[in-house]
Design a protein around this ligand. Structure first.
Ligand SMILES: Cc1ncc(C[n+]2csc(CCOP(=O)(O)OP(=O)(O)O)c2C)c(N)n1
Ligand SMILES: [Mg+2]
Length: 337
């Protein structure tokens, strides 16, 4: 990896951590309402996998889809951070025009296909996106992020079976953080090692790796993505990781011990990558401090300012993007920007 890439990836991960920290504060200030699930601790997974995916090419990007812990996946795929924050603030300039909120970030212009509140919902959609790409003969793939808890849904098993039978180019990325809300994986899942659930059962190649080390994620994600694109077959990659905050904003975390948290904090992907880059002489602690300051300024003076100053959706337009059997005649027709 080039030195410049290492520094860029460190900056991105620090930005993602600070973005989520600022969301936490904005929620406490009641600027953000509804549900809010933060990604702190898991940054190396989305950052590493999506760095190896095709992004930055708009509608030629690979398709990316995930659950409700979605802000960082959206930004890394190409959704402007300002629009993600504006969505959290419920503003008209948000990526879902303020109607979706934290769990429903969407940016079709970048092939970021959401943001879903229903656990297990993205699986069949990912298979459909991959099938579309295959029929059209593009070499795009679909990348489906999923939690360990989601793998006990029926949609997981149905989708993996058909993705394998139909040889669909989809990469399933399991972010195994050990918990589904407050339930530890050992209490909910007969085979907690997720990658073992798919190779013989669905004849899909799979592997498990450290999700707290960005360099491991980059290396393994590259191999998996190359395989899916070249072979036109699914692959299942599992990354072991941990969320540093609660499941959502209301979580007293009574289901895990402080010792367990401290053990995982030792593996903080940002701290460890920083240490490595300092050791390699690529960056100093002062450089990192300056980087953090620059990021905080950008978040405050650009991203938060944009969200704060953007208009609310008009009350009479609240149902504008709702599809039903009796749509308001004013809003029938293609979505308008
Ligand atoms: C169909 C459905 N059932 C239940 C829920 C409630 N629920 C929300 S998050 C969650 C746990 C999911 O855990 P996991 O997939 O491991 O994701 P993580 O929160 O760890 O990122 C559950 C059961 C839901 N949102 N949708
Ligand atoms: Mg989980």
């Amino acid at each position: 990896m080039k030195d410049a890439d290492k520094k860029r990836l460190l900056r991105e991960m620090i930005f993602f951590r600070r973005f989520e920290d600022r969301c936490f504060e904005a929620y406490m200030e009641r600027k953000i309402g509804g549900f809010l699930h933060l990604y702190s601790g898991q940054e190396a997974v989305a950052t590493g996998v999506l760095d190896m995916a095709r992004t930055g090419q708009g509608e030629k990007n690979d398709y990316v889809i995930t659950g409700y812990r979605d802000h960082i996946h959206a930004i890394k795929t190409g959704a402007p951070a300002r629009e993600v924050m504006a969505e959290l603030f419920g503003k008209e300039t948000g990526s879902s025009k303020g109607r979706g909120g934290s769990m429903h970030i969407f940016d079709a212009s970048q092939n970021f296909m959401g943001g879903y509140a229903l656990v297990g919902q993205p699986f069949p959609l990912a298979a459909g996106l991959a099938m579309g790409a295959k029929h059209k003969g593009t070499d795009q793939i679909a990348i489906c992020f999923l939690g360990d808890g989601a793998n006990n849904q029926g949609t997981f098993h149905e989708t993996l079976n058909m993705a394998s039978v139909w040889n669909l180019p989809v990469l399933f990325v399991c972010e195994n953080n050990g918990y589904a809300i407050g339930t530890h994986i050992d209490r909910s899942t007969a085979q907690p090692e997720q990658y073992k659930r798919v190779d013989t059962a669905y004849n899909i190649k799979s592997s498990q790796h450290d999700g707290m080390n960005i360099e491991t994620v980059l290396k393994e994600a590259k191999k998996a993505i190359d395989y899916v694109r070249k072979e036109q077959k699914p692959y299942f990659i599992e990354f072991m990781t941990y969320r540093f905050r609660g499941h959502s904003m209301s979580d007293a975390k009574g289901y895990r011990t402080r010792d367990e948290e401290l053990e995982w904090e030792q593996r903080d992907p940002i701290k460890n990558f920083s240490k490595n880059l300092i050791k390699e002489g690529l960056i100093t602690e002062q450089d990192i401090k300056a980087m953090e300051k620059e990021i905080d300024d950008e978040i405050e003076n650009d991203i938060i300012k944009f969200a704060e100053e953007s208009p609310e959706p008009k009350v009479e337009e609240l149902t504008r993007y709702v599809l039903d059997d009796n749509p308001d005649p004013r809003w029938v027709g293609p979505l308008q920007k």
